[in-house]
Design a protein around this ligand. Structure first.
Ligand SMILES: [Zn+2]
Length: 160
């Protein structure tokens, strides 16, 4: 068992960390919170960096999640437009919607790459990709030329 850190166990740990991060000398922090200088010094050098790193990672993941959510939202719109265009036989709009959807997929793919360490998110992206692919390809089956073009575009997008 590692020796317990009186700073990590301190009820005001967040306040102590904030003070240390903002550059307050560990001696004055120790005085302010009634801790030993050596404990604060050890905490600052051994525990604080890892904690800051974790906080930054959590923030980055949250931002990526937010972006992912927005792209998914756009994707829902693009697919809705594709669906409506398909029903009215408006092939030009359908193709524009597909092009938009493809751009969204590229973004989703990039985001998935950035979220490599989170298999659950990757799984969602992958499921979304497969569903979308099936929807696009299925919707274009009555239009052989567009069908071929989209299959080709999807293939090159997944290769690159
Ligand atoms: Zn500590």
């Amino acid at each position: 068992m590692p020796r317990r850190c009186t700073v990590c166990d301190h009820p005001e740990r967040n306040g102590i960390d904030d003070a240390l991060v903002s550059g307050a000398p560990y001696r004055s922090v120790a005085r302010r919170f009634g801790l030993s200088e050596s404990a604060v010094y050890r905490h600052k050098t051994e525990h604080l960096p890892a904690r800051l790193l974790k906080a930054r990672e959590a923030e980055e993941v949250a931002q990526a999640d937010d972006l992912l959510e927005q792209v998914r939202h756009l994707q829902t719109h693009a697919l809705d437009i594709l669906d409506r265009a398909e029903k009215t036989g408006d092939l030009r709009t359908a193709l524009a919607a597909i092009s938009q959807a493809r751009g969204n997929l590229e973004l989703l793919g990039k985001l998935a790459g950035e979220l490599d360490e989170r298999p659950v998110v990757n799984l969602n992206v992958s499921t979304e990709w497969l569903e979308l692919r099936a929807v696009i390809v299925g919707a274009l089956e009555p239009h052989p030329a567009a069908h071929r073009a989209v299959l080709k575009a999807l293939k090159s997008a997944s290769n690159g």
